[in-house]
Design a protein around this ligand. Structure first.
Ligand code: SAM
Length: 274
Protein backbone atom coordinates (compact mmCIF):
# COMPACT_ATOMS: atom_id res chain seq x y z
CA UNK A 1 0.00 0.00 0.00
CA UNK A 2 1.70 3.16 -1.19
CA UNK A 3 -1.28 5.48 -1.53
CA UNK A 4 -1.12 8.63 0.64
CA UNK A 5 -4.19 10.84 0.51
CA UNK A 6 -2.13 13.77 1.86
CA UNK A 7 -0.91 14.35 -1.73
CA UNK A 8 -4.48 14.64 -3.02
CA UNK A 9 -6.49 16.15 -0.14
CA UNK A 10 -8.57 19.11 -1.29
CA UNK A 11 -8.23 18.34 -5.00
CA UNK A 12 -11.17 18.55 -7.44
CA UNK A 13 -12.15 14.94 -6.68
CA UNK A 14 -12.31 15.61 -2.92
CA UNK A 15 -14.43 18.72 -3.56
CA UNK A 16 -16.98 16.75 -5.58
CA UNK A 17 -17.05 13.82 -3.14
CA UNK A 18 -17.23 15.95 0.00
CA UNK A 19 -19.77 18.47 -1.36
CA UNK A 20 -22.06 15.57 -2.41
CA UNK A 21 -21.53 13.77 0.92
CA UNK A 22 -22.49 16.86 2.93
CA UNK A 23 -25.61 17.52 0.82
CA UNK A 24 -26.72 13.93 1.38
CA UNK A 25 -25.92 14.01 5.09
CA UNK A 26 -27.86 17.27 5.37
CA UNK A 27 -30.99 15.48 4.12
CA UNK A 28 -30.44 12.40 6.27
CA UNK A 29 -29.89 14.38 9.46
CA UNK A 30 -32.98 16.49 8.77
CA UNK A 31 -35.15 13.35 8.83
CA UNK A 32 -36.52 11.46 11.82
CA UNK A 33 -34.71 8.56 13.50
CA UNK A 34 -31.05 8.00 14.10
CA UNK A 35 -28.52 7.51 11.33
CA UNK A 36 -25.55 5.13 11.03
CA UNK A 37 -22.67 6.08 8.76
CA UNK A 38 -19.90 3.65 7.78
CA UNK A 39 -16.81 5.02 6.04
CA UNK A 40 -14.90 2.06 4.53
CA UNK A 41 -11.71 3.97 3.58
CA UNK A 42 -11.44 6.85 6.02
CA UNK A 43 -7.88 8.14 5.70
CA UNK A 44 -6.41 10.29 8.49
CA UNK A 45 -9.32 12.68 8.97
CA UNK A 46 -7.53 16.02 8.64
CA UNK A 47 -4.86 17.21 6.18
CA UNK A 48 -2.17 19.86 6.50
CA UNK A 49 -2.16 21.89 3.28
CA UNK A 50 1.11 23.58 4.31
CA UNK A 51 2.77 20.14 4.51
CA UNK A 52 5.32 18.77 2.05
CA UNK A 53 2.87 16.39 0.31
CA UNK A 54 0.25 19.05 -0.49
CA UNK A 55 2.90 21.55 -1.57
CA UNK A 56 4.58 19.00 -3.82
CA UNK A 57 1.45 17.96 -5.68
CA UNK A 58 -0.18 21.42 -5.85
CA UNK A 59 -3.55 19.63 -6.06
CA UNK A 60 -5.13 21.44 -3.09
CA UNK A 61 -4.18 24.81 -4.50
CA UNK A 62 -5.87 23.88 -7.80
CA UNK A 63 -8.92 22.54 -5.92
CA UNK A 64 -9.95 23.93 -2.53
CA UNK A 65 -7.71 27.00 -3.11
CA UNK A 66 -9.73 27.93 -6.20
CA UNK A 67 -13.08 27.02 -4.65
CA UNK A 68 -12.54 29.29 -1.64
CA UNK A 69 -11.40 32.18 -3.84
CA UNK A 70 -14.07 31.88 -6.57
CA UNK A 71 -16.96 34.30 -6.96
CA UNK A 72 -19.18 31.96 -9.04
CA UNK A 73 -19.57 29.05 -6.61
CA UNK A 74 -23.01 27.34 -6.61
CA UNK A 75 -24.84 27.29 -3.27
CA UNK A 76 -24.57 23.48 -3.28
CA UNK A 77 -20.96 23.87 -2.11
CA UNK A 78 -21.96 25.97 0.93
CA UNK A 79 -21.86 23.14 3.54
CA UNK A 80 -18.32 22.28 2.40
CA UNK A 81 -16.99 25.84 2.23
CA UNK A 82 -18.54 26.57 5.64
CA UNK A 83 -16.91 23.46 7.13
CA UNK A 84 -13.53 24.44 5.69
CA UNK A 85 -13.89 27.99 7.05
CA UNK A 86 -14.86 26.67 10.47
CA UNK A 87 -11.92 24.25 10.55
CA UNK A 88 -9.56 27.09 9.69
CA UNK A 89 -11.07 29.54 12.18
CA UNK A 90 -12.15 31.82 9.32
CA UNK A 91 -8.52 32.46 8.33
CA UNK A 92 -6.49 31.27 5.36
CA UNK A 93 -7.02 27.63 4.39
CA UNK A 94 -4.15 25.65 5.94
CA UNK A 95 -6.11 22.54 6.86
CA UNK A 96 -8.54 20.49 4.81
CA UNK A 97 -11.13 18.14 6.34
CA UNK A 98 -11.29 14.51 5.25
CA UNK A 99 -14.52 12.54 5.19
CA UNK A 100 -14.21 11.52 8.90
CA UNK A 101 -14.07 15.10 10.13
CA UNK A 102 -16.91 16.17 7.82
CA UNK A 103 -19.14 13.25 8.83
CA UNK A 104 -18.42 13.59 12.55
CA UNK A 105 -19.32 17.29 12.57
CA UNK A 106 -22.54 16.68 10.59
CA UNK A 107 -24.01 14.04 12.93
CA UNK A 108 -26.55 14.66 15.70
CA UNK A 109 -26.60 13.17 19.20
CA UNK A 110 -27.78 9.55 18.83
CA UNK A 111 -26.29 9.11 15.35
CA UNK A 112 -23.40 6.66 14.91
CA UNK A 113 -20.27 6.67 12.75
CA UNK A 114 -17.70 3.93 12.09
CA UNK A 115 -14.50 5.03 10.31
CA UNK A 116 -12.26 2.21 8.93
CA UNK A 117 -8.65 2.72 7.91
CA UNK A 118 -6.34 -0.18 7.13
CA UNK A 119 -2.96 1.58 7.32
CA UNK A 120 -1.88 1.70 10.97
CA UNK A 121 -0.03 5.07 10.83
CA UNK A 122 -3.05 6.72 9.18
CA UNK A 123 -5.40 5.05 11.64
CA UNK A 124 -3.39 6.36 14.61
CA UNK A 125 -3.81 9.95 13.36
CA UNK A 126 -7.49 9.33 12.58
CA UNK A 127 -8.18 7.99 16.07
CA UNK A 128 -6.62 11.10 17.59
CA UNK A 129 -8.58 13.42 15.26
CA UNK A 130 -11.91 11.82 16.25
CA UNK A 131 -11.25 11.09 19.91
CA UNK A 132 -13.93 11.84 22.48
CA UNK A 133 -16.65 12.32 19.87
CA UNK A 134 -19.84 10.63 21.07
CA UNK A 135 -21.18 7.91 18.74
CA UNK A 136 -17.92 7.76 16.77
CA UNK A 137 -15.70 4.65 16.48
CA UNK A 138 -12.61 4.01 14.41
CA UNK A 139 -11.24 0.61 13.33
CA UNK A 140 -7.86 -0.28 11.90
CA UNK A 141 -9.48 -2.83 9.63
CA UNK A 142 -10.46 -3.76 6.09
CA UNK A 143 -13.38 -1.43 5.40
CA UNK A 144 -15.10 -3.65 2.85
CA UNK A 145 -15.50 -6.53 5.30
CA UNK A 146 -16.32 -4.19 8.20
CA UNK A 147 -19.12 -2.48 6.23
CA UNK A 148 -20.91 -5.77 5.62
CA UNK A 149 -20.37 -7.00 9.18
CA UNK A 150 -21.41 -3.71 10.82
CA UNK A 151 -24.39 -2.59 8.72
CA UNK A 152 -27.35 -2.57 11.12
CA UNK A 153 -30.26 -4.77 10.05
CA UNK A 154 -32.72 -1.88 10.38
CA UNK A 155 -32.69 1.90 10.44
CA UNK A 156 -31.12 4.45 8.16
CA UNK A 157 -27.58 3.72 6.98
CA UNK A 158 -25.18 5.55 4.66
CA UNK A 159 -22.00 3.76 3.53
CA UNK A 160 -19.17 5.77 1.98
CA UNK A 161 -16.74 3.72 -0.16
CA UNK A 162 -13.66 5.67 -1.24
CA UNK A 163 -10.79 3.26 -2.06
CA UNK A 164 -7.36 4.25 -3.38
CA UNK A 165 -7.76 1.92 -6.41
CA UNK A 166 -4.24 0.57 -5.98
CA UNK A 167 -5.52 -2.97 -6.34
CA UNK A 168 -7.18 -4.48 -9.40
CA UNK A 169 -9.87 -6.11 -7.25
CA UNK A 170 -11.21 -2.83 -5.79
CA UNK A 171 -13.97 -2.72 -8.43
CA UNK A 172 -15.08 -6.28 -7.65
CA UNK A 173 -14.91 -5.70 -3.89
CA UNK A 174 -17.11 -2.60 -4.14
CA UNK A 175 -19.77 -4.63 -5.97
CA UNK A 176 -19.49 -7.46 -3.44
CA UNK A 177 -19.71 -5.00 -0.53
CA UNK A 178 -22.77 -3.19 -1.89
CA UNK A 179 -24.52 -6.52 -2.46
CA UNK A 180 -23.54 -7.56 1.09
CA UNK A 181 -24.75 -4.40 2.85
CA UNK A 182 -28.04 -4.61 0.96
CA UNK A 183 -28.50 -8.20 2.05
CA UNK A 184 -28.26 -7.00 5.64
CA UNK A 185 -30.47 -3.94 5.18
CA UNK A 186 -32.30 -3.34 1.87
CA UNK A 187 -32.63 0.39 2.52
CA UNK A 188 -28.90 1.00 2.93
CA UNK A 189 -27.75 4.02 0.94
CA UNK A 190 -24.21 4.27 -0.40
CA UNK A 191 -21.92 6.81 -1.99
CA UNK A 192 -19.00 5.36 -3.96
CA UNK A 193 -16.11 7.36 -5.39
CA UNK A 194 -14.27 6.08 -8.49
CA UNK A 195 -11.58 7.48 -10.77
CA UNK A 196 -12.43 8.03 -14.45
CA UNK A 197 -9.54 6.89 -16.59
CA UNK A 198 -11.13 5.12 -19.54
CA UNK A 199 -14.81 4.45 -20.05
CA UNK A 200 -14.45 0.69 -20.59
CA UNK A 201 -13.36 0.06 -16.99
CA UNK A 202 -16.08 2.28 -15.55
CA UNK A 203 -18.83 0.88 -17.78
CA UNK A 204 -17.82 -2.70 -16.91
CA UNK A 205 -18.04 -1.80 -13.20
CA UNK A 206 -21.51 -0.30 -13.68
CA UNK A 207 -22.74 -3.38 -15.54
CA UNK A 208 -21.44 -5.67 -12.77
CA UNK A 209 -23.09 -3.48 -10.15
CA UNK A 210 -26.44 -3.46 -11.95
CA UNK A 211 -26.29 -7.27 -12.21
CA UNK A 212 -25.46 -7.69 -8.51
CA UNK A 213 -27.69 -5.05 -6.93
CA UNK A 214 -31.34 -4.52 -7.70
CA UNK A 215 -31.73 -0.94 -6.40
CA UNK A 216 -31.94 2.59 -7.81
CA UNK A 217 -28.54 3.94 -8.90
CA UNK A 218 -27.39 7.40 -9.90
CA UNK A 219 -24.06 8.30 -11.52
CA UNK A 220 -22.38 11.71 -11.42
CA UNK A 221 -19.34 12.07 -13.68
CA UNK A 222 -16.88 14.95 -13.49
CA UNK A 223 -14.54 14.89 -16.47
CA UNK A 224 -11.61 17.26 -16.22
CA UNK A 225 -10.47 16.58 -19.79
CA UNK A 226 -11.47 14.25 -22.63
CA UNK A 227 -10.80 10.61 -21.65
CA UNK A 228 -8.00 10.30 -24.22
CA UNK A 229 -5.21 8.91 -22.01
CA UNK A 230 -6.28 5.88 -19.92
CA UNK A 231 -3.12 6.12 -17.79
CA UNK A 232 -4.26 9.46 -16.33
CA UNK A 233 -7.01 10.22 -13.86
CA UNK A 234 -9.11 12.21 -16.31
CA UNK A 235 -11.91 12.81 -13.87
CA UNK A 236 -13.97 11.07 -11.24
CA UNK A 237 -17.37 9.52 -10.79
CA UNK A 238 -19.73 9.17 -7.87
CA UNK A 239 -22.14 6.24 -7.85
CA UNK A 240 -25.09 6.57 -5.49
CA UNK A 241 -27.13 3.61 -4.29
CA UNK A 242 -30.69 4.51 -3.21
CA UNK A 243 -30.17 8.23 -3.91
CA UNK A 244 -32.62 10.71 -2.36
CA UNK A 245 -35.00 12.77 -4.50
CA UNK A 246 -33.56 16.09 -5.57
CA UNK A 247 -29.88 15.24 -5.17
CA UNK A 248 -29.37 14.77 -8.95
CA UNK A 249 -29.89 18.49 -9.64
CA UNK A 250 -27.45 19.39 -6.87
CA UNK A 251 -24.86 16.96 -8.26
CA UNK A 252 -25.20 18.63 -11.67
CA UNK A 253 -24.29 21.95 -10.08
CA UNK A 254 -21.40 20.46 -8.06
CA UNK A 255 -19.86 18.41 -10.88
CA UNK A 256 -20.47 21.15 -13.47
CA UNK A 257 -18.55 23.70 -11.41
CA UNK A 258 -15.70 21.27 -10.66
CA UNK A 259 -15.40 20.28 -14.33
CA UNK A 260 -14.82 23.97 -15.07
CA UNK A 261 -11.50 23.65 -13.18
CA UNK A 262 -10.27 21.33 -15.94
CA UNK A 263 -9.41 21.84 -19.58
CA UNK A 264 -12.30 20.88 -21.82
CA UNK A 265 -14.08 19.39 -18.79
CA UNK A 266 -17.71 18.27 -18.70
CA UNK A 267 -20.19 16.87 -16.20
CA UNK A 268 -22.95 14.30 -16.61
CA UNK A 269 -25.49 13.01 -14.09
CA UNK A 270 -27.64 10.02 -15.09
CA UNK A 271 -29.39 6.88 -13.95
CA UNK A 272 -27.60 3.98 -15.61
CA UNK A 273 -29.76 1.85 -17.90
CA UNK A 274 -32.50 4.52 -17.98
N1 SAM B 1 -12.31 8.91 2.43
C1 SAM B 1 -11.17 9.77 2.73
C2 SAM B 1 -11.59 11.21 2.61
O1 SAM B 1 -12.51 11.51 1.83
O2 SAM B 1 -11.04 12.04 3.33
C3 SAM B 1 -9.99 9.47 1.83
C4 SAM B 1 -9.61 8.04 1.75
S1 SAM B 1 -8.22 7.67 0.74
C5 SAM B 1 -8.83 7.92 -0.89
C6 SAM B 1 -8.17 5.92 0.83
C7 SAM B 1 -7.67 5.37 2.17
O3 SAM B 1 -8.01 3.97 2.24
C8 SAM B 1 -6.17 5.42 2.37
O4 SAM B 1 -5.91 6.12 3.58
C9 SAM B 1 -5.72 3.95 2.51
O5 SAM B 1 -4.68 3.75 3.45
C10 SAM B 1 -6.99 3.28 2.97
N2 SAM B 1 -7.17 1.87 2.63
C11 SAM B 1 -6.66 1.15 1.60
N3 SAM B 1 -7.20 -0.09 1.57
C12 SAM B 1 -8.10 -0.15 2.60
C13 SAM B 1 -9.02 -1.16 3.06
N4 SAM B 1 -9.12 -2.33 2.45
N5 SAM B 1 -9.79 -0.86 4.14
C14 SAM B 1 -9.68 0.33 4.78
N6 SAM B 1 -8.85 1.33 4.38
C15 SAM B 1 -8.07 1.08 3.29
Amino acid sequence: MNYRHAFHAGNFADLVKHAALLRWLGRLTAGPGSLSVIDTHAGRGLYDLAGAEAKKSGEAEAGIGRLMAAADVPGTFAPLTEAVRRLNGGGSVRRYPGSPWLIAQALRPGDRYLACELRSEEHAVLREALKARPGVRTACADGYAAAVAETPASGRVLVLIDPPFERADDYARIVETLAGVRRRNRDTAALVWLPLKDLETFDAFLRDLEDAVDAPLLVAETRMRPLADPLKMNGCALVLLNPPAGLAAELEAICGWAAGLGEGGAARVYAPGA
